[in-house]
Design a protein around this ligand. Structure first.
Ligand SMILES: Cc1ncc(COP(=O)(O)O)c(C=O)c1O
Length: 286
């Protein structure tokens, strides 16, 4: 991704090459910052209110000062305006601020969309399952584990993705210690048997994806039944098709899990229909 524009709380747009954080910001020292990522379609950020609300929730869970919703709204729009790009990636950050100071830094970054995504959508992606080593219900009842929180302490997620690539796949899916399917490092996970779509329940302490919520609503309109629940990975292995969802990657078909094909090993109809519907909804609201 190439950085196109940066806006800083209290300052507005700045030169993207300019440093904007102090060396002792706890975002850097401790990974203490909340963040959000969404897609910009035709110059309009998709579901920005939902993302800012989730940022506020993550900030509360991280013990950061309260997020000013309006400040983020105008900061995001300032960065998007400065970037002047129709389709882009918007990321917003609320850092814990400097040591000995409680004023966090608000940032909005606009970047280009990763160019390889449409190739992956056409061919489908390969996943490997990686154990997180936790019992399925622990992240929901142990708030310090930050299940469901988008914080910049994402190094584990990034190394999981790198491990998947090292094994010749594209991405990972995290499993609880008993083999329950959780989520991907930056995606929610889905699979289909006949007209029923399965996706892990939020009670597992996974991130409440904005795309996941959009797809749940749209899937019902397309005549699918959606079952949110606690499912073993074997259930996913036996699916007719599978896919991941996220704001930037949208719907990506999964054609292989741990080296074995899912269904007929090709991108399939629900992923295609939901991707088309997601794009249509995003463009209608822009
Ligand atoms: C761990 C995790 N799960 C799921 C998602 C998908 O969420 P959304 O659809 O809101 O982008 C993300 C997004 O980055 C994520 O980091």
């Amino acid at each position: 991704m190439t950085l196109l524009a940066v806006a800083v709380g209290g300052r507005g747009p700045v030169d993207p090459e300019e440093p904007v954080l102090h060396a002792d910001d706890q975002a850097l020292l401790r990974g203490r910052a909340a963040f959000e990522t969404t897609r910009v379609y035709a110059g309009r950020p998709f579901k920005l209110d939902e993302h800012i609300a989730r940022l506020a929730g993550s900030a509360a869970r991280l013990g950061l000062p309260q997020v000013d919703l309006d400040e983020f709204e105008s900061l995001a729009r300032a960065a998007i305006g400065k970037a002047g790009a129709g389709d882009a990636v918007l990321r917003i950050f609320w850092t814990a601020g400097r040591e000995n100071a409680d004023r966090p830094t608000a940032l909005a970054l606009v970047s280009t969309i990763p160019p390889e995504l449409e190739d992956k959508r056409a061919r489908g992606i390969k996943l490997v399952s990686l154990p997180l080593g936790v019992l399925p219900d622990v992240r929901a009842v142990a708030p310090w584990l930050l299940g469901g929180v988008k914080s910049t302490s994402y190094a584990v997620n990034m190394t999981a993705e790198a491990e998947a690539q090292r094994r010749g796949a594209d991405d990972a899916v995290f499993l609880a210690a008993d083999g329950t399917v959780l989520e991907g490092p930056v995606t929610n996970v889905w699979w289909r048997l006949e007209r029923v779509l399965y996706t892990p329940a939020l009670e597992l302490g996974i991130l409440a994806g904005v795309t996941r919520a959009t797809l749940i609503a749209e899937a019902a309109r397309l005549g699918y039944e959606v079952r949110e629940g606690v499912f073993p990975v074997e259930h996913m292995r036996g699916a007719e098709e599978a896919f991941t969802s996220s704001s930037i990657r949208e719907v990506l078909p999964v054609v292989e899990l741990d080296g074995a094909p899912i269904g007929d090993g090709k991108p399939n109809s629900a992923a295609r229909e939901l991707q088309d519907r997601l794009r249509a909804v995003a463009l209608e609201s822009s």
